[in-house]
Structure formats: structure tokens, C-alpha cells
Ligand binder design. Structure first.
Ligand code: SAM
Ligand code: SF4
Length: 343
């Protein structure tokens, strides 16, 4: 479906019954295209080490209060086997950005081992930030199937304001990474934060149109949540209210579903930080993927992007969704239909 930028801006701004109408429409598109299905990715936050200093994120290098951890290869492997045996269909390996050559090589070997031991019956999603094209190619060859790299915002001026101004944080480099991921054959996911300082409705509309134009296969978009140990905390009085950010994020999911009926859209954990049933609301607005967290409990407090409530990461969202008549697809890969159709 094609929707003009002006229409998107108007839709983003809808509230109450009009917003409910918008989300219902998107949910119907999702149900008609993908079915009343929700796919699972078992989320493993395997390290909170990060070489970057994004102004919004609690894991940023300069946050000395974070206790850094790196799960051992054996532990990551065991978690992958747990996900496989419990029929999650896919795992999502997420981390800060680590560029060390040994790490890159050993991580690839681990992906290959997981693929081999599961007879290629487990999909692997990676969300490990920016790497060279060669590394992406190597990780793809080793067994990675999908890669999620949010563009965060498509307005370069905002990008510069929410990141340090140096080589490690470069808007064009991030765009290039998305293209490299596509070139080496990953199912490519991107997305943005909604409700950032400096961001207006036109910016969010541009972000949504970018996702369509880049022809993404999957999306992870969610509300920005302020973190007291980050520079953007200073701007907490200049952003929309928590409820407005929730509404904007849900409207964004709905609009994206209308723009791209057959992609995979994750219902972001950050939605749960703003409402008890935020992720369920995301599914009812057109998302079709959830990522239950299987990271060992001892690490969860240290993977604090936005001072999240640990109870959120333990919530049994799959069970909650069944109450809405959604079919949680245990044992299914849940590849992006859009990716398959493009191929
Ligand atoms: N390090 C990798 C990267 O940046 O692409 C992957 C992990 S990173 C923690 C995953 C996502 O968390 C980021 O893309 C960003 O959108 C999101 N995030 C970080 N800080 C956030 C915040 N304060 N509120 C909402 N989302 C946040
Ligand atoms: Fe590191 Fe990703 Fe957080 Fe940026 S968003 S500081 S790259 S973990």
C-alpha cells in the first residue's frame, strides 16, 4: 500500500478511537497476510561490552556503573540448544559492538557449531552492531540467517545529536552497513526509536518511508526510554510524555504494517516499559514477532539499555498473547515472507 508522507504524519498523530481504528486495520492486514501467527525469537544478550558511546544507551562505553559480562561460548551454545529443544524456532544473539578480531572469528565458529548441532533446524538472528562487510559475509557463511541493525533515525542532523561526533558514530557508515548486510544475503532488519529528543512527526514519517524504500525484510522499532546514566537524560523534559511515546510507537507499527504487509515486525520489549501489556498492544497493532528473553538471570540487570524492570524480561508474553486468540508458532522458523517473495 502506498501512503503519502502527509497522510503518515496525520496517522501518527491520531489518538483514542481513531488510533484504535488505525491499529485494527493494520491488525487485519497482518492476520490476512501472515495469519493470526506470532513467531518467537529466544533472545540471548550474550555480552554488554560495547566500544561505542551512543548518547541514549545505558551500555555505552563511558557508563562506568555497568558491570560488564561476556557469556562463555559453552554457555551461549547451551542456551541455543535450550531454545532449540524448547521449539523457539529462532534465536536472537544480541550484544554491544565488539570489533576484536579473535572475538569475530570465534563467534563465527560458534554460529557454525550451533547450525551443525541443530541440523540447520534453528534460525539465527544477529544484532551485534556495525562490522565490516567481510565480517558480515563470514558470519553469514558460518550460519547467521538474519541481521537486525536499527538505523535509529534517518535524519542525519538528529543522528549527529544523539551520537558523539567521531568516526565510530557515522550516519553514512550505518547506512552502508545495511547495504552490506543485504549484499551478503542476510534477511535484513532495521528500525528506529520513536519519541527521541529533537524528533518531530515528519522525522518519524521519513523513517517509516525509509524502511519501505530500503525494502527491509523485518523491523524492530520501539519507543525511546530515557536512562539516567546517559547524556540524553538531560533532554527528558523535551520529549513526548511516556503515554504519547507509547501511542506514537504503536501507530508507527500500524502504519508500517500497512506500508509493508508481509514483513516481520517485532513487538519491542521497550513497549512493555511504558505499559504492562505494551508488547501485546504491539501485536494487536500489526506486529508478528516477540523475543522472549532467555539470558541468564544473573546478567539481566547488567543489560540495562534503559533501566528496564527485570519483571518485564521475565514476563511470559507468549502465554499472554494466546489469551487474545493469537497462535504462538512453537517450532516454526518464521522467516520473513517478504524476503521469500523477493527471492
Ligand atoms: N549494539 C547493537 C546496535 O546498537 O545495533 C545492538 C544492541 S543495541 C542495545 C539494540 C538497540 O537498543 C539499539 O539499536 C537501540 O535502538 C536500542 N536502544 C538503546 N538505548 C535505548 C533507549 N534508551 N531506549 C530505547 N531503545 C534503546
Ligand atoms: Fe553500544 Fe548498541 Fe548501546 Fe550504541 S546502542 S552504546 S552500539 S549497545
Amino acid at each position: 500500500m502506498s501512503i503519502s508522507k502527509q497522510e503518515i504524519i496525520e496517522l501518527l498523530n491520531t489518538e483514542n478511537s481513531q488510533a484504535q481504528e488505525l491499529r485494527k486495520k493494520a491488525y487485519k492486514i497482518k492476520s490476512d497476510t501472515i495469519g493470526k501467527n506470532v513467531y518467537l525469537r529466544a533472545l540471548i544478550e550474550f555480552t554488554n561490552a560495547c566500544e561505542k558511546d551512543c548518547y541514549y544507551c545505558g551500555l555505552r562505553k563511558s557508563n562506568a556503573d555497568v558491570k560488564r559480562y561476556l557469556l562463555s561460548e559453552d554457555e551461549i551454545f547451551d542456551l541455543a540448544m535450550f531454545a532449540h529443544e524448547n521449539k523457539f524456532g529462532s534465536i536472537a544473539l544480541q550484544s554491544g559492538e565488539v570489533l576484536d578480531k579473535n572475538y569475530v572469528k570465534n563467534f563465527g565458529k560458534l554460529l557454525a557449531k550451533i547450525k551443525q548441532k541443530t541440523n540447520n533446524n534453528l534460525r539465527i538472528v544477529l544484532s551485534c552492531g556495525e562490522q565490516s562487510k567481510e565480517v558480515y559475509k563470514y558470519w553469514k557463511e558460518c550460519g547467521g540467517d538474519r541481521y537486525l541493525l536499527r538505523i535509529e533515525t534517518t535524519n542525519p542532523k538528529i543522528y549527529e545529536k544523539i551520537h558523539p561526533n567521531d568516526d565510530k558514530h557515522n550516519f553514512q557508515a550505518r547506512l552502508d552497513c545495511l547495504q552490506h548486510l543485504r549484499d551478503v544475503g542476510f534477511q535484513v532488519g532495521s528500525g528506529m526509536m520513536v519519541g527521541l529528543p529533537y524528533q518531530n512527526l515528519e522525522d518519524i514519517a521519513d523513517d517509516l518511508l525509509f524502511l519501505k524504500e530500503f525494502d527491509i525484510d523485518m523491523c524492530g522499532l520501539g519507543p525511546f526510554i530515557e536512562h539516567s546514566k546517559t547524556p540524553l537524560y538531560e533532554k527528558r523534559n523535551e520529549i513526548p510524555s511516556r503515554d504519547k511515546r507509547l501511542q506514537l510507537a504503536l501507530n508507527s507499527v500500524a502504519i508500517l504494517r500497512m506500508l509493508m504487509p508481509d514483513i516481520n515486525i517485532a513487538s519491542a520489549t521497550s513497549l512493555d516499559a511504558l505499559a504492562k501489556n505494551g508488547r501485546e498492544q504491539g501485536i494487536l497493532a500489526g506486529a508478528n514477532v516477540i523475543m522472549p528473553n532467555i539470558t541468564p538471570e544473573r546478567c539481566r540487570e547488567s543489560y540495562n539499555l534503559y533501566e528496564r524492570n527485570i519483571a518485564i524480561t521475565k514476563k511470559n508474553v507468549a502465554k499472554e498473547l494466546e489469551k487474545f486468540g493469537e497462535q504462538v508458532c512453537w517450532g516454526k522458523f518464521g522467516d520473513s515472507q517478504h524476503y521469500r517473495n523477493r527471492k
